[in-house]
Structures are given as structure tokens and as C-alpha cells.
Ligand binder design. Structure first.
Ligand SMILES: Cc1ncc(COP(=O)(O)O)c(C=O)c1O
Length: 362
């Protein structure tokens, strides 16, 4: 009997969760709505970055090389060498590659939940099992004991996002070490660390724990979500493994040029971080005044518990949309249905958000 197309396709393509990108087209079609739902940076790239990209186009006919100068600069930022750095097309590229580097069908990947929703589908697309350990009920911190207890012979990869998305909390250093000590491959995702200039990266861990790697992106504090640039930090052996898994030309000349230009101009990132952190303080204060519970603002997003107001996340999002504001829906956490998440936008958008919360919850 003739097979249908779907019969040829690997079955886990259909059983794995889908990452929903629908909001991107919607937001593009409705520019009048404030984009406070996606952990983007509201400040566009500087003229220096744009100029560097334009210049890079002069060699747009050549395949990208391994960008040794750029890898050397990034390595120096972390006291590492160029061969400790694998460049990629944003850290979603790392998320995808790490599953394929470590997971065979039936293997297990442990992470905390709620989380960035791209992680589970990329593991499921390897036909691996996703073991989701809920955050602690009392403070939404990582349930470190629960995650460690979930490790078994099939566990091949563990994820710690630091600070965590969407809860905003950092893991304690001692707890992170407990994961390192297990010897199981560990991804420490530092997508949002740059919003905390006083907190050093955990990249030094790779010197003692060769199974640890760091995932870094320029989509957040650097504001490159649409340019697409990120990297993995690890031992030379780890980086060689990622480079085998990444496509040879996963980073365009344009993205690499933009990355080098912004690294050479740290004031640009500083200004973006200051804008974010200033508004985070204002949001925190306003939300508290209204009796809501904001979680730590250690990234460019804030998880807010509005359950005590009797509103559900769907109701809050719908009311915000009426005021032309997109917010992020957060699923139920430990039976509570009133969580939502906001990312600071431009000054005008942020004022709009404050007016919304005052009128809706006030
Ligand atoms: C924790 C975490 N890691 C990675 C990413 C992906 O970022 P990108 O692929 O844009 O680098 C995100 C995006 O929101 C995230 O929250």
C-alpha cells in the first residue's frame, strides 16, 4: 500500500510539543500594540552596529569563516581562549544543538518548570524524555533536591537558567555546584546575566567541571534578537562537539560584524541595561503599591503574581490588549492562575503599562 507523507516522517515530529511563534506575526501586524511580552530589548542597534553590518556586506559573497578575532574577544571577556567559544545563530541554536549532542532516543533531560518554552520541544524532537521538576511552591526557586532526585541512568542533560526565566531568581552557588558534582552534562543558560553587571559569569566552572557548558545570547541586553547571535562556552572538547553539531555557516557575516561592533562599544549595552533596570525598579514599586507580587527583576522580564486580585492570566492579558499592550501569559503554577509576565519597552510603552495596571488593579 502506498504510504502517506506523514508515514515517512519520524513519529516524534508529531508527538513533540510545538513552540508557538504566532505572537510574532500578530505583533508585526499590530505595531500600535506595545511589545511587552517577549523579553526583547526595546532599543534598536546603534549606528555603529548598523555601519558594521553594512560594511560586512562588502564580503557578502564569501562564506563566513570561523571569526577567530571575534572568538578571541569573546574568550577574553570570560578569561578563556578562542577555542572555548562556539558561535551560533542565537542561543536557540545552542538549545537545539545541545539536545542533539547529548540525547539519544529514550534519554532524559531534566529541567525546572515553568521555563523558556523552546527547551522541551527541542528535546522531544530527539525522541528524548523531558523531565520537568516544578519550582518550589514557597518562593518559586529551583527545587534543587527534586531535580537532583530525578537523575537516573538515562539522564544525559540538565538545564539551569541563571537567572531563571520566567521566575527571575538566581540559583545559590552551592546548589549550582551540587549539579556540577553529579558529572551529568549541565547547561548553564546565562541569557539574562548581562542585566546584572555586578554578578560574574559562571564560565570559570568549565575549568573544573568539563561536562559544564554555558549558553550566552546577544538577544537580550545587547538587543540583537532579530540579528541572531549567541555562543557556547566550554572546554575545547565541548566546543569541538558543538562545532560538529552546528552547521558550518550558522553565523552570518552580518551577525558577526554586528557582534564585534557592539563588543567594541560597551557603552551601548550599558545604556540598554540602565534603561531596563530603571524601569524594572519603577514597575516593582508600582506593582507593590497595588498589592500585586512582583518576582525579582534580574533579567528584562518580571513575573507578577496577580492571583490575589481574583483575575486569571487570560483576563489580565485580554484587558491589557484592550489598552494596546501585549503581555506574556504564564500557565498555572502550583494551582495559581493569576501569573503574568512583562518586559520593559520604550518609555512611552512603559508609561502605558503603568496606566494600565493602575486602572485595572487600582
Ligand atoms: C532562557 C532563555 N534562553 C534562550 C533564549 C533564546 O534566545 P535567543 O535564541 O534569541 O538567543 C531565551 C529567549 O527568550 C531564553 O529565555
Amino acid at each position: 500500500m502506498k504510504k502517506e507523507l506523514k508515514d515517512w516522517i519520524v513519529p516524534w515530529l508529531y508527538t513533540s510539543r510545538e513552540y508557538n511563534v504566532g505572537i510574532l506575526d500578530k505583533a508585526m501586524d499590530q505595531p500600535e500594540n506595545a511589545r511587552l511580552m517577549l523579553n526583547e530589548n526595546p532599543i534598536p542597534p546603534s549606528d555603529k552596529v548598523i555601519q558594521a553590518v553594512v560594511e560586512s556586506l562588502r564580503h557578502g559573497n564569501w562564506y563566513p569563516d570561523s571569526f577567530l578575532r571575534l572568538r578571541t574577544k569573546i574568550g577574553k571577556m570570560y578569561d578563556l581562549g578562542p577555542d572555548n567559544v562556539a558561535l551560533c545563530n542565537g542561543s536557540s541554536d545552542t538549545i537545539d544543538a545541545m539536545m542533539r549532542v547529548f540525547l539519544q532516543p529514550g534519554d532524559e533531560f531534566i529541567l525546572s518548570t515553568p521555563t523558556f518554552e523552546l527547551f522541551p520541544p527541542r528535546a522531544e524532537l530527539c525522541n528524548a524524555k523531558v523531565v520537568q521538576v516544578p519550582v518550589r511552591e514557597d518562593n518559586l526557586n529551583y527545587d534543587v533536591d527534586g531535580m537532583l532526585a530525578a537523575i537516573n541512568d538515562r539522564t544525559k542533560l540538565i538545564l539551569i537558567i541563571n537567572p531563571n526565566n520566567p521566575t527571575g531568581v538566581f540559583i545559590e552557588d552551592d546548589d549550582l555546584l551540587r549539579f556540577c558534582e553529579t558529572g551529568v552534562p549541565l547547561c548553564v543558560d546565562e541569557a539574562y546575566l548581562d542585566y546584572n553587571p555586578d554578578r560574574p559569569s559562571k564560565a570559570y566552572l568549565i575549568k573544573e567541571y568539563p561536562q559544564v557548558f554555558l549558553s550566552v545570547t546577544f538577544s537580550k541586553a545587547y538587543g540583537f534578537a532579530g540579528i541572531r547571535f549567541g555562543f557556547v562556552l566550554g572546554t575545547e572538547e565541548m566546543i569541538a562537539a558543538f562545532n560538529r553539531m552546528f552547521l558550518p555557516w550558522n553565523v552570518s557575516r552580518m551577525a558577526a560584524a554586528a557582534a564585534e561592533a557592539i563588543i567594541d562599544n560597551p557603552d551601548e549595552v550599558k545604556a540598554k541595561v540602565e534603561h531596563n533596570n530603571r524601569w524594572m525598579d519603577i514597575f516593582t514599586e508600582e506593582l507593590k503599591k497595588l498589592g500585586l507580587k512582583p518576582y525579582p527583576a534580574n533579567g528584562n522580564y518580571m513575573l507578577i503574581d496577580g492571583t490575589m486580585t481574583g483575575k486569571t492570566t487570560e483576563e489580565i492579558l485580554a484587558a491589557a490588549l484592550e489598552q494596546k499592550i501585549f503581555l506574556k501569559k504564564i500557565g498555572e503554577i502550583h494551582g495559581k492562575t493569576g501569573y503574568f509576565r512583562v518586559t520593559p519597552g520604550t518609555d512611552l510603552e512603559n508609561e502605558k503599562f503603568i496606566n494600565f495596571i493602575r486602572s485595572y488593579f487600582g
